[in-house]
Design a protein around this ligand. Structure first.
Ligand code: ADE
Ligand code: ZN
Length: 331
């Protein structure tokens, strides 16, 4: 019954790395097509490697697999494969992260990445009934200078990119490192969001808010360790894009029943449910909803709040948000 309710809920996905939707079958197909050698000899042996001890252990594999993405067609195919899956789970809107530096660093031109993704994104409504936007993330374990060069490459494509974000290895790479980059991005008209409080401390969430002036926090589960921060996030109605299956796979929490998202909702935080890197973490947005709802015994009202929060937290215009919120009248 609850599974049916979850399936029917209209959902916005706000925390989804397109490179994290790369399924092993497609990785091998592209490796063959592009004549790239993978350090695994089969889909099964690659899948067996999906045992992570922390964020870095995942990132090592995530960057290795994306090495097979080479052409515009590859990027378009990757995004279309995601849209097809998401449409079956009633995702009505998706704001998709991409990591340009992970591609430009290995010689793939910025324009190949952005043109390939755009080919899928511009037609996602027509082809899959999903509106979509692109969010360009900076890799926080690279330098601020590299992020600034990437921003300069993105500015001519500003019409296609709604926001900038910050991802990759969090510990030891505080948001403050990117103060100038985010100031320039905001001045150029980009919205801003940042991963903070996933593995890193609540202090990084404060920095993302006060220094990078982000509108949303990606993950943010460790905000709950700081009562003043929780109060601030509640008063400012700042959305948090929480990713339950990711948090278990990367050992942020030991088990799903230890997850703090229900406590977040009860504290008045604008939490949302998202899939982060679904090909690696055991499921897409529907599986995330089902898993957390079963572990924490969430009721239909909680699930509806989470889904409505995702629409309200999106970078859509107020009138577009209203159109999607009207879909909840029948839920
Ligand atoms: N890049 C892809 N997934 C990520 C995550 N969960 N945290 C930080 N960077 C990421
Ligand atoms: Zn993420």
């Amino acid at each position: 019954m609850i599974d049916n309710f979850i399936a029917k809920l209209p959902k916005a996905e706000l925390h989804l790395h397109i490179e994290g939707t790369f399924e092993p079958e497609l990785i091998f197909q592209m490796a063959e097509r592009n004549k790239v050698k993978l350090p695994y000899d089969s889909v099964e042996s690659l899948r067996k490697a999906y045992q992570f001890t922390d964020l870095q252990s995942f990132l090592d594999l995530y960057y290795a697999c994306m090495n097979v993405l080479r052409t515009e067609e590859d990027f378009a195919e990757l995004a279309n494969a995601y849209f097809e899956k998401a449409s079956k789970q009633n995702v009505v809107h998706a704001e998709i992260f991409f990591d340009p530096q992970a591609h430009t660093q290995r010689g793939v031109p910025f324009s190949t990445v952005i043109d390939g993704l755009w080919a899928a994104i511009k037609d996602s409504k027509k082809n899959f009934g999903i509106t979509s936007k692109m969010i360009m993330c900076f890799l926080r374990d690279l330098s601020a200078e590299s992020a600034m060069e990437t921003l300069d490459q993105a500015i001519p494509f500003g019409e296609r990119i709604v926001a900038v974000g910050l991802d990759s290895a969090e510990r030891g790479n505080p948001p403050s490192k990117f103060a100038d980059v985010f100031a320039k991005a905001r001045a150029a008209g980009f919205e801003a969001t940042a991963h903070a409080g996933e593995e890193g401390p609540a202090e990084y969430v404060w920095e993302a808010l006060n220094i990078l002036k982000v509108k949303r926090i990606d993950h943010g589960v460790r905000s709950m360790e700081d009562a003043k921060l929780v109060q601030h996030l509640v008063e400012s109605a700042t959305p948090l894009t929480v990713c339950p299956l990711s948090n278990i796979k990367l050992r942020v929490f030991d088990q799903m029943k230890d997850h703090n998202i229900k406590k977040m909702l009860d504290a008045g935080l604008k939490a949302t449910i998202n899939s982060d890197d679904p090909a690696y973490f055991g499921g897409y947005i529907g599986e995330n909803f089902r898993s957390i709802s079963e572990a924490l015994d969430l009721k239909q009202a909680d699930l509806k709040t989470l889904a409505m929060n995702s629409i309200n937290a999106s970078f859509l215009s107020p009138s577009e948000r209203q159109e999607y919120l009207a879909l909840f009248a029948s839920n």
